[in-house]
Design a protein around this ligand. Structure first.
Ligand SMILES: *[C@@H]1O[C@H](CO)[C@@H](O)[C@H](O)[C@H]1NC(C)=O
Ligand SMILES: *[C@@H]1O[C@H](CO)[C@@H](O)[C@H](O)[C@H]1NC(C)=O
Ligand SMILES: *[C@@H]1O[C@H](CO)[C@@H](O)[C@H](O)[C@H]1NC(C)=O
Length: 395
């Protein structure tokens, strides 16, 4: 060994030792029978089992290459922190039936200190599933697999990876605590059906940061029981925007509270930031403490919208008002362009009018002129240059 190198090695070892940094145990799928162009379902599952049993920090590696994979469902608890680093492209079967009705193609559950990282791409191959999708007119339609299910994870991170062309939602987060998405990419064509980016429910302290989402449905949607959620430095579009809800459809829902959406750019979407609840529905859990701040809208159909009469495909009657109380909502420093004159729409429940809704410096334009605000069952606090409420829509 040359002298310089050996000194470097010694210095580095000392440094690692001083800092207490242990190198993780590596579990490469190639040591478990995984190979490029082959199906790695078993190799990945077995590598996970071995890594999860490691008593020191471990890393499952999926190196560069193109792989096929069927549905996997890997679980903890693991004995030490575990990372899955994917640098290859993993493809789901084209035929949705080959995923055997799995809720998600790839499920990670019941792990603390889990990390999913790498430059890899998870390709859901959704085209066939979108083409077959008849859920708009068939209430008993076949439910297709989402790309990812992250269930009951704590202190976990998803970093850098790409989720592409999911057959259904890209990512579902359920029952997680202290969970961060950082620098993730989510893509599907604008015409793909139901391909929501990240859906979060029954989870506390979830962050979506520095992420680009272009898809056919909501970029980020927050279901019931979403608490302490941060969506920051996110580019969304095309798609349906950032949504809270829909809520109220079911009787046993939990509250949605403490949400911050900040420094996001929303481009060519149907909605910008939206809160939606169902009329004629049993749910009563409140929505409170929502902050939408520093948001740029580019050519958005409904940039700012609270809709308590959300009822797509006329599935319900709007005659019975929503039972959900919405309070403490701030829309602050929202600027850019609207594709409709009513750029701000606040339609609250007649039975439970919205409380403490604030519009602070909402400077949106339609064809170069300031937008209107349509306000029903709400008296927003107006601060700074902000559209005044009109009750009726203007042509
Ligand atoms: C609705 O979807 C189910 C499941 O794919 C199918 O069996 C049924 O025939 C469909 N109904 C209609 C009216 O198309
Ligand atoms: C949240 O999770 C991260 C990533 O594992 C960890 O570094 C951090 O300490 C956790 N925070 C808390 C408050 O437990
Ligand atoms: C806002 O988000 C963009 C990415 O969308 C990022 O480049 C920029 O640094 C962020 N600004 C602040 C002040 O964090």
């Amino acid at each position: 060994m040359d002298r310089k190198l050996s000194i470097t090695t010694i210095v580095l070892s000392l440094l690692f030792a001083t800092l207490g940094i242990a190198q993780p145990n590596i579990f490469d799928i190639k040591s478990f029978g995984g190979a490029s162009h082959a199906d790695i379902t078993m190799a990945f599952t077995n590598a996970w089992k071995a890594a999860c049993g490691s008593t020191t920090a471990s890393k499952v590696m999926i190196p560069r290459g193109v792989y096929k994979m069927h549905a996997v469902d890997v679980k903890g608890p693991c004995k030490a922190p575990i990372e899955v680093q994917v640098d290859g492209t993993i493809q789901a079967p084209q035929n949705p039936d080959e995923l055997n009705d799995a809720y998600q193609w790839i499920k990670f559950g019941y792990v603390d200190y889990f990390t999913l990282s790498g430059k890899g791409v998870f390709d859901g191959n959704g085209e066939t599933a979108w083409r077959q999708n008849d859920c708009g007119k068939n209430s008993t339609c076949k439910r297709r697999s989402m790309n990812f299910g992250f269930n009951f994870l704590k202190h976990s991170i998803v970093r850098d990876i790409t989720s592409k062309d999911s057959k259904n939602f890209h990512v579902n987060v359920l029952g997680c605590t202290n969970f961060t998405f950082d620098s993730v990419t989510i893509t599907a064509p604008v015409t793909s059906i139901n391909t929501d980016g990240i859906h979060i429910g029954r989870s506390t302290d979830v962050k979506v940061l520095n992420t680009n989402i272009a898809t056919g449905d909501d970029c980020v949607s927050l279901g019931d029981g979403s608490r302490q959620i941060t969506v920051q430095n996110v580019n969304c579009g095309p798609g349906h925007g950032i949504s809270v809800g829909s809520l109220g459809k079911y009787p046993k829902e939990e509250a949605v509270e403490h949400v911050l959406v900040k420094n996001c750019t929303i481009t060519n979407t149907d909605n910008g930031v939206r809160i939606k609840t169902w009329p004629s529905s049993p749910g009563t859990s409140p929505i409170t403490d929502m902050h939408f701040e520093d948001i740029i809208m580019v050519n958005v159909l409904n940039p700012v919208i609270i809709d308590q009469e959300y009822c797509p495909w006329n599935q319900c009657s709007k005659l019975v008002p929503s039972k959900i109380k919405i309070s403490k909502v701030i829309f602050k420093n929202i600027r850019g362009t609207s594709k409709t004159k009513d750029g701000v729409v606040l339609i609250c429940s007649k039975s439970f009018p919205c409380d403490a809704v604030e519009l602070n410096n909402v400077a949106l334009t339609f064809n170069g002129a300031p937008v209107n605000a349509k306000c029903v069952n709400v008296k927003p606090i107006l601060t700074g240059p902000t559209p005044k409420c009109t009750t009726a829509a203007e042509a």
